[in-house]
Design a protein around this ligand. Sequence first.
Ligand code: F6P
Length: 546
Amino acid sequence: MTTRESLPSWQQLIKHSQAMKSRHMNDLFEANDNRFNDFSIQLPSMLLDYSKNLITEETLNLLLKLADECQVESWRDKMFAGEHINKTEDRAVLHTLLRDSTNEPFIVDGHNVKDSIRTALKQMQLFTENVRQGKWRGYSGKRITDIVNIGVGGSNLGPQMVTEALKQYSDDSVNVHYVSNVDGTQIANVLRPLNPENVLFIVSSKTFTTTETMTNAQTAMQWLVASSFDAEAISKHFVAVSSNKKNAIEFGIAAENIFDMWDWVGGRFSLWSAIGLPIALDLGFDKFIELLDGAFETDCHFKQAPLAENAPVILALLSVWNCTFLGAQSQAILPYDQSLHMLSAYLQQAEMESNGKSVSWHGEEISYATVPSIWGELGINGQHAFYQYLHQSNNIVPADFIGSINSVTPVKGHHETLMANFFAQTQALMQGVNEEQVRADLKAKGRTADYIDKVAPHKVHKGNRPTNTILMKQISPKSLGSLIALYEHKIFVQGIILQICSFDQWGVELGKGLANKIQQELMTQNINTKHDSSTQGLIDFYMNQG
Ligand code: F6P
């Protein structure tokens, strides 16, 4: 038994969850007219309604007791204080410092880290303004019109998700493109319409060792040099963001074109650093700062609000409740705002790379279910694709519905339709419709008894499917920053409750190592015959049929 399982609250929650499994949310709503007020939290730029979960006041109290017994507040304070809570890598976790606009110093080894952050922000601002105002010129003297960000995972998903979400706030000073895949099709498609004279590449890689990114960057350099006939051109068209300056310089990036990163910023939490350069280039530096301010607002809420009113804490506890205690295995992210179309892809990395683990921070095997698989799509598109499954399959998929009161791009008649669906879907998932209601409805529509007998079972929706609703005032740089930080802190608390090291990612290493070896074999055509027969057969087929 892990230390978590031996906590009194854990044992009480197991017992309580057995009792709750036979309850229906319809009855809980009937029994308490005040459920919405009891189970919702208002933040400056959004409302979180979590009343449509299979919880009672007793559930919430037990979950809060769990948070207390897991010392969530003390762990949170340790994170903000810069303690090395990333145990396996012996690092601090301080992405929150990047958006802390207070003048309070943060001293490490006698040095105020806030000064380094301010210097880095100044460097970003200067660079951003130079490019956007056309002062930074390419090798032939032309202004930069297109930015190509080369990076993958945390060096791609955050910036790209934000760029997509804030498109309406871009003044089109530059066009921003992203290349993450080592499949040459992507970079070829991105570069085809571009003129090298106008393009600036950002090679984003914390480690500067990621094969996919290095391969794409190499191709981009060759493309540039093929056009300029001059290796000197690289300094006018390539910048890098990395904590590995040495590798970046060896790769051919001019030292003065390298933006620093710190080891206390994890890749998937790094969009607040210079990894966010493409965001700043696209929107202007002021809006990048608004994004940071929004995140800071949520940081303050996370630090100050009592656990019972603390939105990220509640989201984390509900995830643990739904998955570990009630048995859900996946979680859908369903934005009803076109701007957020990449949110589920972003949260996939944020949550699954952080907490998709099965060993506790003491190195013990974890037998309880940890985090769900995260997936999702824009809600309306999902309705016409996989909502059938959400409503009627025998797997319960808790879902986060995220919508906005005001559209960033109001088009007459659209928003009401969108939001009507947004409200209706969580209602339907919660209430369902029983056979008696189905039969009465079909009868009222004049259907024959035979038809009713045949069809009624298929039209039953059991309901009782948990959802959280996040209603944003409007997507803006600031509110988006708040939303992202909300999920970041949810993931942190989830990790603490489940006793998982949230800030490492050892699980990506094995595949990377094998791929490196196989790449050598493919390039030298010297295939190691010690592969298992499936891998060997596939490689042979690939080599012989190409
Ligand atoms: O392979 C996973 C990973 O290490 C992520 O954690 C990271 O965000 C991504 O690769 C990219 O890493 P880097 O920024 O070092 O290229």
